[in-house]
Every structure is written in C-alpha cells, then in structure tokens.
Design a protein. Sequence first.
Length: 105
Amino acid sequence: MSENNNNNQKQLQIELPQEVAQGEYANFAIITHSSSDFILDFARVLPGLPKAQVKSRVILAPEHAKRLLAALQENIVRYEREFGAIKIPQQESRTIAPFPVGKEN
C-alpha cells in the first residue's frame, strides 16, 4: 500500500460521554466465560458491608478478551518500567479484592 493510501484511510473516532468519563471505581472483578463470550463483572467491595454491588459488566468475544490481556500486560510492563514493581499482597482467593472477602476477622 502506498503512503498516499495510508493517509486516505479513515481514523476511528472515539466519543467519551461526560457521564462515562468520570469512571466507576471497582476493587473486585469476577470473570466468567462460555464458548462464545467472556464476561467481566466489576464490583465495589467495602469493609463491613456484606454485599458487593456490580457496577459495570463488559462482555467480550474470546478474541477481544485475548487482545485485552495482551494490552494489559503491555501497559503493566510500561507502568512498572516508569514507577516500579506493582506489589500484590498474598491472597487466598482468585479475585482482585483488596482485602479478604467473606471471612470473619
């Protein structure tokens, strides 16, 4: 493809509505899958509260889930190169909860 053709290709424009731009804080994720989809549920777990409320659900095709994994890996490498290693405390469960979930202290 010539350089001229590359310049004529349309660029994807992404719109970020104001109500979405604020983001949604999540400190817990549940990932499930079927043969055709990966489902990522993002929730907020707060100390002393018995329920975690799902704040966002993202449904991905398996190919997109794998692309997301690669993009996260690449960005974590860049982050750690700039800011140092991300330390994760030992966790028994396979979640991203920042503190033990479902255990009495």
